[in-house]
Write a protein that binds this ligand. Structure first.
Ligand code: SUG
Length: 448
């Protein structure tokens, strides 16, 4: 049976803003308080989805979350009408209002970890929503994430959904941003590669000194257990703590994998040789031929990698077996990175082409092409069982761009977040969106 990898991209929500909410994420910190353009952000994301669809890839769309999150503010003690809740929060605790308005659910690589059916004990595709408990503004995403994923992948014969892990730092889980899968073919059993930043219980693992390590080993192990993965089909690796301290807050900022290939920076991991050997051995047992492409620090330093988001790219398999790299415009703007990429594509290796996308609005919050997508490998039967409303088509692209044009503002500052009119605009837009994507009622304002 034919299988493919579907990229479900997060649709940018109407409150996209620069809140400076993510300590350890250099772009989020340095663009804090700048004026954002939600309309442009959403259209940039949609343009990438359309381009991939036109290149022949199956492309999906994942809905944004309800923001401002009035229910989250109520749980923190703000009361009255929805407008009063927002106004009180603006007066008494602006950082909480900003957090409750973040459109951070657009970075759906953090929505969940997904294991394809060929890897799991019961032959279903397994999803575990990420608790994202390192940052308050992201920790409030998982209940709605679970409802949206449930509405997209509803058929229990094919899809199994797990709730987020316990919401404590020991089980910090950031989803697919720290997870890659290697395989010969998307439909065959593969090796799932879990990258963690620290161990919660075992002091032998070093931890970063400056910035938080968001993903723990124990969280990754719990996800592997929930999904029923075979020991032979899993490799764990630790991120180099020094690169976390240099701004690599997720592994997908320093490495990307697809098929049998890992594209990574020389400084990305600890014990790299041992890890590569394990990947080679385990994929080899499945008949695969693991290959790695290491970018040497002498050619691209970690700082350039973080600035350009070279590794936050999408590595995609083309019909002829070669690969294509989708990178953000910032890679072309960085002379060393661009030179590296020119050399890479002309070297006769597997990666033959680089395509550049303008995702500046998302990039300014530390979200590149790879952050914006959740990969789900599906066979034909499973693909047919996905809610068809979320699969991108030319008419859906037109409908969504018109929807964005109608509902989104083209400028948003912190002071605008207190405007009760913004809440109404967002709810009107999202209500219409659930109809467009045929999701049913998934948002708190639709349920309560
Ligand atoms: O969690 N930025 C996100 C970016 C997530 C990127 N995802 C991956 N690498 N997969 C984060 O740090 C910034 C929000 C703000 O500051 O307004 C933010 O949440």
């Amino acid at each position: 049976m034919k299988s493919c990898e579907v990229n479900f991209d997060g649709l940018v929500g109407p409150t996209h803003n620069y809140g400076g909410l993510s300590y350890g994420n250099v772009a989020s910190q340095s663009n804090s308080q700048q004026s954002s353009n939600p309309k442009e952000a959403a259209l940039q994301g949609l343009a990438k989805m359309k381009a991939l669809m036109e290149m022949g890839f199956v492309q999906g769309v994942l809905a944004p979350q309800e923001r401002p999150d009035v229910a989250a503010l109520r749980s923190l003690g703000f009361a009255g009408t929805d407008a009063q809740v927002i106004q009180q929060a603006a007066k008494q605790a602006m950082p909480l209002l900003v957090a409750s308005c973040s459109a951070s659910s657009m970075w759906v690589a953090n929505a969940a970890t997904v294991s394809p059916s060929a890897d799991t004990f019961d032959g279903r595709v397994h999803f575990t929503a990420a608790n994202l408990n390192c940052k308050y503004h992201r920790s409030i995403e998982h209940p709605t994430t679970s409802r949206v994923l449930g509405a997209m992948f509803a058929d229990q014969k094919h899809f199994a959904h797990h709730a987020a892990l316990p919401a404590v730092a020991q089980f910090g889980d950031e989803g697919a941003a720290n997870h890659t899968r290697f395989c010969r073919d998307y439909g065959e059993a593969g090796v799932e590669f879990f990258v963690f930043g620290r161990s919660a219980f075992d002091t032998r693992y070093p931890a970063p000194q400056k910035y938080p390590a968001r993903q723990t080993l124990e969280a990754s192990q719990a996800v592997a257990r929930l999904h029923g993965l075979r020991d032979d089909g899993v490799v764990y690796a630790q991120q180099n703590p020094a690169v976390i301290d240099a701004g690599v807050f997720h592994n997908d900022v320093i490495a990307v994998g697809n098929g049998e290939v890992l594209f990574y920076h020389e400084d990305a991991f600890l014990n790299t040789d041992q890890m590569l050997g394990e990947l080679q051995g385990k994929l080899g047992k499945l008949g695969g031929n693991f290959q790695s492409i290491c970018v040497p620090r002498a050619q691209v330093g970690v700082e350039d990698a973080v600035r350009s988001y070279l590794f936050n790219s999408q590595l995609l398999s083309r019909a002829d077996g070669s690969m294509l790299l989708i990178v953000p415009e910032e890679c072309r703007a960085n002379e060393r990175v661009w030179q590296y990429l020119q050399g890479l594509t002309s070297s006769g290796g597997l990666i033959r082409e680089v395509k550049v996308f303008d995702l500046k609005q998302s990039m300014q919050n530390g979200g590149g092409p790879a952050c914006l997508r959740l990969r789900v490998a599906l066979n034909e039967t499973e693909l047919a069982a996905v809610n068809p409303g979320v699969i991108m088509t030319a008419p859906l692209y037109d409908t969504l761009t018109q929807w964005v044009d109608k509902h989104y503002r083209d400028s948003l500052r912190e002071t605008d977040l207190a405007d009760p009119q913004l809440l109404l605009e967002c709810r009107t837009a999202l209500d219409e969106l659930t109809q467009i994507l045929k999701l049913g009622s998934v948002y708190p304002f639709q349920i309560n």
